[in-house]
Each structure stands twice: as structure tokens, then as C-alpha cells.
Design a protein around this ligand. Structure first.
Ligand code: PHE
Length: 545
């Protein structure tokens, strides 16, 4: 008989207690509960929990059942002609004294004093002053007082063993508890009875459902006699494994959205390898600048040198570096073409900006805004906040007469879209911008000021060579063509957004794929909206007051 049918037939007789049934039929308790619970789920059975405070024997209580109570054992160990108490105590050890008391209480033992020689002497000679002797207790001689004992405690323990503790008085139980022979434990069991579906479940014949047509059924041609399970079109399938975006990509798309909302065009950033010319020289970065050292920059071995650099422009860049122009005295050193042709992994996307500026100057001038978000490379020692590559966000605006005010304005608008509200600007230095500013923003989540980027107005020494001989050159005399620009890394805001402490947990082979899969979408602008709404609310409140 299966466990299920045992349960069903038992409950047909009468409701039962799960503990009792499992003991009676020697069933595995967990399996019994499992089977009952599944039937309860189908409403075939009903279960009511029953909590019982049960009095049971402790380990020493159980020992009494087999070896006798300590007091009876003590009684047994007294020989006919008596025993010295000290000897008896040796046998019983720590239990000795209380057990002795128990025997006396029951009236099973009598004692006689015996006096040692010393004590006798002491009695004869009165105490000598000053000489204090440790007084010894007189030993006792113990004898049995009765022929046979009636061990009531053992009887009581047997009653408890038979689970009939209700027969005993509270006083008796308290005494046994104090002697640590019994204890109370809480047991939980279920009282199981028939459920509303019981009749139906037990009377209908169980059909063995087939889930699909099998080869054998066709071969034996008996498929018609089988019952097939109906398709369940409502059942949920296994979740599909879709791709998921890396946090950096999520932040990148938010940033791109912010730029696009502000009317920016995206620059072409598809070249990781650039010439030193576009990465440094065209940006008026002197050739002996520390950033151009192999310690900071990855130079290419193959192809080592760039071929296609506009000759005319190169000549202009060279003179600007060497002797200046446009109101500048230049860097005043011997510019090397060889150095300029060295290929490298671009160290910043400003290399793309310089190229783009040259590109757009071939068309008639119109105010334009550009951005890019892509990878750059720096020869850094790896640590928790630095990798040899990262993503850079770059933006620039070209227009007539742009000022620092425009820069601050546009930066506030852009970063505002990324959820930042308060800004601070600090004077800084870049070879290609003047003035230059580091940008700090107050991060509401972190509750502190953090550096978020670098910015500035591109220097004439950078712009004029790029524009000379182009259509923008026409504006040189009467119009002040200017370019404001800024740049920042994508990693930093991403780490803040996704609360990642170590950059190596964001990029590279140590990234936790579950983090990538489970990471929420990025809503950089969201906090700002909330803050704005809060401000509005506050203003309304103020007005009301
Ligand atoms: N290129 C700078 C950097 O790598 C950022 C920057 C871009 C600064 C544009 C000023 C203007 O940090």
C-alpha cells in the first residue's frame, strides 16, 4: 500500500494525529507530513496544528528505568552488617549526599555514630589554647532499616514513560523536575481529517495521463486507448535568456540621450589608434609634455608611424608650436615631425574633437554642437579606481563669441540632465584650453562634492591652425569664432550610480555577470526631476504661509 492510500484509509476511519500515526505504523515523519501536505493542498485533507506540552523523562530519568533510582541503588549497596558512610559516599561520588538524604527521607537507612581514637582522646583532654586542630566530622555507620523497599519514584517515572503524567499530582511532578528526572517539551503535530475533495478524490478512478504520443503506442496501435493530457496554454514558460547591457553601456545611453536632447551631433570615434599629431600636436600640446611619455601613453609598434597627415596643416601646427602666432609666442622649441607621426592608442577623445573641427571647417560655418562617448587608453598602474582604458565623454560647441558664461551654462544644463544640481568650478590647466576649469558637482546620494570633469575654451593656438585655409578662416578677422569643450569619464558616474567600489568589478574579467544581468536600468536624470518637484512643493508651501 502506498503512503497516500494508508493516509486516506486511516482518515476514513477517524481523524488522526500525525505523531501518533507515525509512531504506531513506524512511518518516517517527514515523508508522512509531505504526503499529507500535498493532499491538503488538493483539499483532500484538512490539517489542524496541535501544540502539546509533553512531560518526558530526561536522560537520568531514563537511566532510572533500567538501573533503578539512585536511592534504591544506594539501599542495595549497603551490606547486611552495615557500611561506613565515607565509603558509601566514595561509591556514589557527587550524587552521594543528596541520594543519602533521599534514603533517609524514605526511612530506608539508619545510622550510628562511631568515634575515632583521636576524638576519644580529645574528649578526655580539654582543648589546648593556641593549638587549633581541624575538627573532623565523626563518621557514621549505616545499616538497612527495612527489609525491602517500595520505590515510589520509580513507579512515578514508569507512569511518565507510559505518557500518563496526568495521573500524577503537580507536587510530585515538581519534585521530579527539581531532581532533573523529567522535563517538559513542546511537540507540534497535526490533526488530520477529511477535506471537501476527499470523496471525489477517493472515488474517481485515477487515470494515467500521457503527455505525448510515443513510438510504442503507434507500433502497438493502441494509442486510442490512452488518455492524453491537455495542453496548458496558460502555463508560464521558462524565462528566456536575453542579452543584458553592461552598466557602462546603460549610463552611456543615458548620457547620449542628454546630448541628443540638447541638439548635439555624435562624432565618429571608430579609431582607437591615432597619430600623436591629432592626439597632441593639433591640440597645441608640446612634444616634451609629460603626458607624451611612454609611461603615460601606449605607443604603437606596428604601424609605428602615421602617413596621412595634411601637410599644410602640419606646417601651421609646427610654426605655432615653435614661434606662435595669433598673439602667442609659441612653445619655443624645435618641433619634430617624426615625433608627431608616432602612432598611439588615443589618450583622450579630444583627439576626435580636433579632427572633427578640421572636418567641419570644410563646410560654411554654422553654430554646431558635437559629442562623443568612447574608449580611451592610458598607461596607468591598475588599482581600484584606475584601469589602462576607460570611456570618455566629450562635448564641444562652436559658435561666435562664446564665453565662460556659456560654458558654465551648457555644462550645468548637461550635468543637470544627469541628475546633478549644484556645481562648483575651479581654475585648472590644459595645454589646449584657456581658461580651463575643473567641474565639481554636489552628489545628493553621496552627500558630498565630487570632481566630475574638465573643461575650457579651446585656445586660438589650437583653433587657428585648424581653421586656416578653410571656410571658417573667413571669419577670422571680424568674428570671434570660439569653441567651448568639456570631458569626463563614464566609469566614475557609473560606479557611483551602481554603487561599485572597485573599477575591476565594473570592467574586465572579474565582473560578476549576475550584477550585469540583474542591474536596473539607469535613470540619471531622475533625481533631478524629483528635486525639482520637491522644490516646487516647497515654494508652494512658502507662498501659502
Ligand atoms: N581631454 C581632457 C581630459 O582628458 C578633457 C577635456 C576635454 C578638457 C575638452 C577640456 C576640454 O581630461
Amino acid at each position: 500500500m502506498s503512503l497516500e492510500s494508508v493516509i486516506l484509509s486511516k482518515v476514513k476511519e477517524s481523524p488522526f494525529d500525525t505523531r501518533e500515526l507515525s509512531e504506531k505504523l513506524k512511518l518516517d515523519y517527514n515523508k508522512l507530513i509531505q504526503a499529507i501536505k500535498s493532499l491538503e493542498y488538493k483539499k483532500v485533507l484538512e490539517c489542524k496544528i496541535k501544540v502539546l506540552n509533553e512531560i518526558v523523562l530526561t536522560e537520568s530519568g531514563k537511566k532510572c528505568l533500567t538501573a533503578g533510582t539512585p536511592e534504591s541503588r544506594m539501599f542495595e549497596s549497603i551490606p547486611e552488617n552495615g557500611i561506613k558512610k565515607s565509603e558509601l559516599m566514595k561509591i556514589f561520588g557527587r550524587e552521594g549526599q543528596p541520594t543519602f538524604g533521599q534514603c533517609m527521607k524514605c526511612g530506608w537507612i539508619r545510622s550510628e555514630k562511631i568515634e575515632t581514637k583521636e576524638q576519644e582522646q580529645e574528649k578526655e583532654q580539654p582543648k589546648q589554647k593556641g593549638k587549633k586542630k581541624k575538627k573532623q566530622r565523626p563518621d557514621l555507620m549505616l545499616f538497612r532499616k527495612v527489609e525491602e523497599i517500595n520505590d515510589l519514584v520509580l513507579e512515578d517515572l514508569k507512569i511518565i514513560h507510559d505518557r500518563m503524567s496526568e495521573k500524577l499530582t503537580k507536587k510530585t511532578l515538581d519534585i521530579l523536575k527539581r531532581r532533573k528526572l523529567i522535563t517538559t517539551i513542546q511537540t507540534k503535530s497535526f490533526v488530520v481529517s477529511q477535506g471537501p475533495e476527499y470523496e471525489k478524490y477517493t472515488t474517481t478512478q485515477k487515470i494515467e495521463y500521457q503527455t505525448c504520443l510515443k513510438k510504442g503506442m503507434l507500433q502497438k496501435n493502441n494509442w486510442k486507448s490512452h488518455t492524453f493530457k491537455k495542453y496548458n496554454f496558460k502555463s508560464l514558460g521558462v524565462p528566456t535568456k536575453g542579452g543584458s547591457l553592461q552598466p557602462i553601456l546603460k549610463v552611456r545611453s543615458e548620457m547620449r540621450k542628454a546630448f541628443l536632447e540638447m541638439g548635439f551631433e555624435e562624432m565618429k570615434t571608430n579609431r582607437y589608434v591615432e597619430s600623436s599629431f591629432w592626439n597632441f600636436d593639433a591640440l597645441f600640446q608640446p612634444q616634451q609634455h609629460p603626458a607624451r611619455d611612454a609611461h603615460d601613453t601606449f605607443f604603437m609598434k606596428n604601424p609605428k608611424k602615421a602617413k596621412q597627415i595634411p601637410e599644410e596643416l602640419m606646417e601651421k601646427v609646427k610654426t605655432t608650436h615653435e614661434t606662435g602666432g595669433y598673439g602667442s609666442i609659441g612653445w619655443r622649441y624645435k618641433w619634430s615631425e617624426d615625433e608627431s607621426r608616432k602612432n598611439l592608442l588615443r589618450t583622450h577623445t579630444t583627439a576626435v574633437s580636433s579632427k572633427t573641427l578640421r572636418e567641419i571647417s570644410k563646410e560654411p560655418f554654422r553654430p554646431r554642437r558635437f559629442f562623443s562617448i568612447d574608449r580611451v587608453f592610458r598607461n596607468e598602474t591598475l588599482d581600484a579606481t584606475h584601469l589602462a582604458e576607460f570611456h570618455q565623454v566629450e562635448g564641444f560647441i562652436i559658435d561666435k563669441n562664446l564665453s565662460l558664461g556659456d560654458l558654465i551654462g551648457v555644462i550645468s544644463e548637461f550635468f543637470g540632465k544627469l541628475g546633478m544640481e549644484k556645481f562648483k568650478f575651479k581654475a585648472a590647466y590644459n595645454p589646449y584650453t584657456e581658461p580651463s576649469m575643473e567641474i565639481f558637482a554636489f552628489h545628493n546620494g553621496l552627500n558630498k562634492w565630487i570632481e566630475i570633469g574638465n573643461s575650457g575654451i579651446f585656445r586660438p593656438e589650437m583653433l587657428q591652425p585648424l581653421f586656416s585655409g578653410t571656410r571658417f578662416n573667413d571669419y577670422k578677422e571680424d568674428v570671434n569664432l570660439s569653441v567651448i569643450a568639456w570631458g569626463l569619464s563614464v566609469e566614475r558616474p557609473t560606479m557611483i550610480q551602481y554603487q561599485i567600489q572597485d573599477i575591476r568589478n565594473l570592467v574586465g574579467h572579474t565582473v560578476d555577470l549576475q550584477m550585469v544581468k540583474k542591474g536596473p536600468i539607469c535613470r540619471l536624470g531622475f533625481p533631478r526631476k524629483v528635486i525639482k518637484e520637491k522644490k516646487k512643493e516647497e515654494e508652494i508651501k512658502k507662498e501659502k504661509n
